[in-house]
Design a protein around this ligand. Sequence first.
Ligand SMILES: Cc1cc2nc3c(=O)[nH]c(=O)nc-3n(C[C@H](O)[C@H](O)[C@H](O)COP(=O)(O)OP(=O)(O)OC[C@H]3O[C@@H](n4cnc5c(N)ncnc54)[C@H](O)[C@@H]3O)c2cc1C
Length: 407
Amino acid sequence: MVKSVLIVGGGPGGSAAAYWLARNGVDVHLVEKKRYPREKACGDGLTPRAIKQLLDMGFDFDGLDLHRIDGLRAYAGDLKIEMPWPEHSMYPNWGATMRRADLDGVVAGMAEQQGAFVEQGTTATPVTTNDAITAVRLNNDQGERTVHPDLVVIADGSNSRFGRGVGATRRKDYPFGLALRAYYESPNSDDRFIESQLDIRDAQGRAMPGYGWVFPLGDGEINVGAGLVSTFKGWKDVNTSRILEAYISSLPEHWKVVDATPHTKPIGGKLPMSLSVGPKVGRNWVLIGDASGAVNPFNGEGIDYAYETGRMAARWVAEAASGDERALAGYARELEDVYGDYHRVARVFVKVIGNPAVIRTLTTVGLRSKPLMEWTLKVMANLLDPDDAKMTEHIYKAIERVVNVGR
Ligand SMILES: Cc1cc2nc3c(=O)[nH]c(=O)nc-3n(C[C@H](O)[C@H](O)[C@H](O)COP(=O)(O)OP(=O)(O)OC[C@H]3O[C@@H](n4cnc5c(N)ncnc54)[C@H](O)[C@@H]3O)c2cc1C
């Protein structure tokens, strides 16, 4: 008998999983607790990896209000370097920005067109026995009802209450991030480069591991934000609002942000990184996207990995839906095969940059060398070609050795 699948959460992860499952003929029900268009704290930046996933799902790049991005302009203080997105055999050499308030509803609509049943304004709560979900309670303005899906894809984002309800926990020794963003008016909002400031400071002037960003939206506004990773002493006491304010007051001239009052109140969120949440698979459920901690520690991006893990999970869930639930274990193995090595290196890297002296040296030395920065961009955005990856394996190992010796 073909099994039914419930997806909890209609962000990038849940909608991608719904799209691919429905396209494979699986009976899918997605529940999203809010209604589109819904706000999401995000930089609204789409990397080439995210673009590839949207292309594969048939996203309408011409008809929609999406702003194309050609590359990255990085600053460390006043030092500046501009780099186009790299050429890659699998990924396009361009990125984009699009407000999450618009993007997520469009992708959920694409899943609907494939045959998924998308129910908005509905909150799911699990009922469990051991490691299996036996039922799910659905609450909306019509009241409460209980459904009995055979399989559940958990895509409820970084807070992941549903995930915690089935026993998933985050590894506290893995990196974790916090970020905040606000929208501002700028006459330069059609700039085709996203921008990052690698030298951000706290109130005492200490260099922080993280970066400030300006992501132009092409519609008269820019998304300005700041994010930090948890690998330095005292990170819990840092006030991210102050860091964002300080960054905004020192934005480069070309943005012409004269009125430093944002259009909307700044909002922030958590960034669970490095696949830190687990187990990834239970008897009849899987975790994807932020609920699995899929954010890239190098750059804090997670939309791409939510799409990718949603698609990957969909393959294994489809197999389980037509036969044996034990097929789900294949998803955990594939996650490790595809991302394991990359995240091991990323964890070492973010630990190293927890030391303010190291950040200063890396950013100031790095920004003086274009080839080094281009390579760094490829590593940080996970855009190494398989051949580059082989070449850089030795460099990764060398970094790891240096860090281990320094401990
Ligand atoms: C300030 C900030 C800036 C960021 N900038 C970027 C960026 O520029 N580019 C990038 O790639 N990544 C960025 N990220 C990370 C990115 O936002 C996330 O990685 C991405 O949204 C993860 O997608 P997801 O589908 O896993 O979760 P989400 O997008 O969080 O979606 C989860 C969904 O589940 C719903 N939900 C939750 N609980 C329930 C429930 N019980 N029942 C039903 N529905 C439920 C929620 O309403 C939500 O819609 C940023 C994050 C922050 C905080």
